[in-house]
Design a protein around this ligand. Structure first.
Ligand SMILES: C[C@H](O)CC(=O)SCCNC(=O)CCNC(=O)[C@H](O)C(C)(C)COP(=O)(O)OP(=O)(O)OC[C@H]1O[C@@H](n2cnc3c(N)ncnc32)[C@H](O)[C@@H]1OP(=O)(O)O
Length: 725
């Protein structure tokens, strides 16, 4: 587990206890045990009058050690007192040792005080922090609730409404705001943090400052009737926002227990609920996503070579359409100089206008000041030729999906850019080897696949061919980090990881509809499962033009497993092309509100006639579970192919690609993780059965068949020899 604490006692009689467990001073069992021992020592020693708790290297603590959850979930880690007694940490250590101590303690907070870290700080008698410190209880994002007394102390320090907001959103507050809220007593600079904390501890001892136990404060908690109203309002809101999640409701129940029956009862309920939630599928999935997300930047054979990212200052974006302008927005927002190129003044003005509109929308939402807006816009320059391209460090091509156009552009780029310039394409489906076919620059050609809207969506799919140099990958990983994207490095193939995995998503839905399932019922079932929208609503959003262009790449490359439905082309003939035409699978009003359209039946019937498929009554009666399985098992099947072909290095990368790129619910852990929670054997058997009845589209791939026979998880490590990376 690792980590420890140190104690040093000054001539003023103040003991400084320092948490040491790099990189974020997480609270492992070793750290918690050591913290208890140090406190006991400090309380026994005659030369210690008061105590300051702090974290090494400018970080208080990032909370309980998340890597220890696995052992706890399996019922291990019972060797220490920590897990053997109900509420040992929250009651025995933090309440009965730290908070009830006869010597005052002050938490000196710089950097992070998150989760268990903030809970330790709240058990101290006062808190002093820097203005940049981040304080929060983000446990809910891991599928658990605060477990070291946070559900009881935070409401008593900042009031119910703010405490609920902080816990339910998992968002931390900065030092200044924490001070305004009463969570922190004093703000000081980093240099004087410890000195002022010592002084504060002595002031408390001398009663020059109040000696407060947060757990027994009542002044910030609303009277019972009002408190219940606030809690019920939060319950309803959490249910609306996350109908599939139990733990936000549990968190509110635990807070309520403390308000109604007192904080001690609250602490016990917190402990019991924490133990139950820890073992839930939601928690296991979210913890998997936490580590998987951090694992995407670790690419064997690339990031372990000791390469340093080169400095990229200026980037050219080719194409000012929806994607190009979104990419340019993300870049200028994060400090890059951007040259936006278009083919004529009209398109250029439109592109620059889109970037401006994106930034203005942030100004309107209060996320960007007018001054910052102007500074950000000043980093953007529009051009109509390649003249300035010799000064750029990277180009991102974002023109329409046309192979010969892209080939010509890359030839031009090779001519106009410096020989070290990175040549990236934002293509979502086209093979990069094809794009660079006519050039000699294969080592610096790379895919930088953003998701629309590019300045909002968190994923950056970095596509690498066998010829792309590791340096180019490292450079783009660094840009990805600087523009706050989660990068996933994948190999080159049609559709790469995200689009390839999710191509069967729409295909399966079309197949079900042609056989008699209802469009709107499918979308409802999929949304209930946790996707932001169903496949038909998504098609409307991206537009039928894009859907058909992307689809044709798959039809061409994987004809044996593409379901060829005429439904979308038939609708296109009638000028229905999705949300932009106000008519797609749904009808749209001025406010973009979608409503079902009964007219859709006529297109479905026509599509059936063309494909020669007749309605099967059982498809009209599919349960939500059937719909989920028939739509998502083909996605799992394709994810298995992608993994087996070595397009992804780790199955966990595919989980993140699906969560961040398609909105697959993180609390289901990602597509491969979810598949494993169901079991390879069951998925294989279902697909096999459907492939016999409804064709090749459902045919399980060899990898899935092999895993099912072995009874092995889908995500177990692959033989790396096969990897395309
Ligand atoms: C009982 C209690 O109530 C329960 C708890 O306390 S649960 C834990 C609550 N705390 C959290 O949820 C915080 C989780 N951590 C974070 O949000 C972010 O890591 C952070 C804001 C602390 C730092 O972010 P950032 O600087 O971008 O660095 P990031 O890459 O995320 O993390 C650095 C490393 O620390 C690790 N780490 C971060 N927090 C950790 C934690 N609480 N436990 C274990 N490891 C942790 C990361 O896995 C990563 O490891 P790696 O370098 O091997 O990949």
């Amino acid at each position: 587990m690792g980590g420890t604490t140190t104690i040093s006692v000054g001539s003023d009689g103040v003991a400084i206890i320092t948490i040491i467990n790099p990189p974020v001073n997480s609270l492992s069992f070793d750290v918690l045990n050591s913290l208890k021992e140090r406190f006991d020592q400090a309380l026994q020693r005659d030369d210690v009058k008061a105590i300051v708790v702090t974290g090494a290297k400018g970080k208080f603590s990032g909370g309980f050690d998340i890597s220890a959850f696995g052992a706890l979930q399996e019922g291990k880690a019972m060797t220490t007192g920590l897990a053997s007694k109900p509420g040992y940490v929250s009651i025995d250590i933090l309440s009965d040792t730290v908070e009830a101590a006869k010597k005052p303690s002050v938490a000196a907070i710089d950097g992070l005080a998150l989760g268990g870290g903030l809970e330790v700080a709240m058990a101290c008698h006062a808190r002093i922090a820097t203005s940049t410190a981040q304080l929060g209880l983000p446990e809910l994002q891991l599928g658990i609730i605060p477990g070291f007394g946070g559900t009881q102390r935070l409401p008593r320090l900042v009031g119910l409404a703010k405490a609920l907001e902080m816990m339910l959103t998992s968002k931390p507050v900065r030092g200044e705001e924490a001070h305004d809220l009463g969570l922190v007593d004093t703000i000081v600079s980093g240099d004087e943090l410890l000195e002022k904390a010592r002084q504060m501890a002595l002031d408390i001892l001398a009663r020059r400052k109040p000696w407060i136990s947060s757990l027994y404060r009542t002044d910030k908690i609303e009277p019972l009737g009002e408190a219940r109203e606030i809690l019920n309002f939060a319950r309803a809101q959490a249910r609306r926002q996350a109908p599939n999640l139990q733990h936000p409701q549990v968190c509110i129940d635990v807070i309520e227990e403390g308000v109604v029956s007192g904080p001690r009862a609250g602490l016990l309920k917190e402990y019991e609920s924490f133990q139950v939630l820890l073992k839930s599928d939601t928690c296991k999935s979210l913890i998997h996503v936490f580590f998987a997300q951090r694992g995407t930047t670790k690419v064997p054979g690339v990031t372990d070579l000791g390469l340093k990212p080169r400095q990229i200052k200026k980037v050219a974006v080719l194409g000012g359409g929806l994607m190009g302008s979104g990419i340019a927005t993300a870049l200028v927002l994060n400090g890059y100089e951007v040259v936006l190129k278009e083919v004529n003044q009209k398109f250029l003005d439109a592109g620059l206008g889109r970037v401006k509109a994106n930034l203005m929308s942030s100004v309107k939402k209060g996320r960007l000041t007018q001054e910052k807006f102007e500074k950000t816009m000043s980093r953007l320059k529009g051009v109509l030729d390649y003249e300035s391209f010799k000064y750029v460090d990277m180009v991102i091509e974002a023109v329409i999906e046309n192979v010969s156009l892209k080939q010509q552009i890359f030839l031009d780029l090779e001519k106009y850019c410096s020989p070290n310039c990175i040549l990236a394409s934002n293509t979502s489906t086209i093979d990069l080897n094809l794009i660079g076919e006519k050039t000699k620059s294969h080592d610096r050609i790379i895919g930088a696949h953003f998701f629309s809207p590019a300045h909002v969506m968190p994923l950056l799919e970095i596509v690498r061919t066998p010829k792309t140099s590791p340096q180019t990958v490292v450079d783009l990983l660094d840009v990805g980090k600087k523009i706050r994207k989660t990068p996933v490095v994948v190999g080159n193939c049609t559709g790469f990881a995200v689009n390839r995995m999710f191509f069967p998503y729409t295909q399966a839905a079309l197949l079900l509809v042609e056989r008699g399932a209802d469009i709107y019922k499918i979308d409802r079932a999929i949304t209930k499962f946790g996707m932001p929208m169903g496949p038909f609503r998504l098609c409307d959003l991206v537009g039928f033009g894009v859907a058909v262009a992307t689809g044709s790449q798959f039809v061409f490359n994987f004809p044996e497993r593409t379901y060829k439905s005429m439904l979308i082309p038939l609708m296109q003939e009638d000028k229905r092309a999705g949300e932009t035409t106000r008519k797609g699978f749904y009808l749209y009003n001025d406010k973009r509100k979608a409503s079902p359209d009964p007219e859709i039946t006529k297109y479905i019937e026509k599509a059936r006639e063309i494909s020669g498929i007749s309605v099967e009554p059982k498809f009209g009666k599919l349960s939500d579970k059937d719909i989920i399985e028939m739509v998502f098992f083909p996605v799992v099947n394709e994810a298995c192919r992608v993994y087996a072909e070595g397009i992804a290095v780790k199955a966990a990368d595919l989980d993140i690609a699906g969560v961040m790129g398609m909105g697959f619910p993180p609390y289901r852990g990602g597509i491969m993780f979810w598949g494993d929670s169901i079991g390879s054997k069951y998925i294989y058997e279902r697909l096999n059965e459907w492939s016999k009845m409804y064709g090749e589209f459902f045919k399980p791939c060899d990898y899935l068949a092999q895993r099912a026979t072995l009874g092995a998880p889908l995500s177990s490590p692959l033989d790396q020899g096969k990897s395309r990376l």
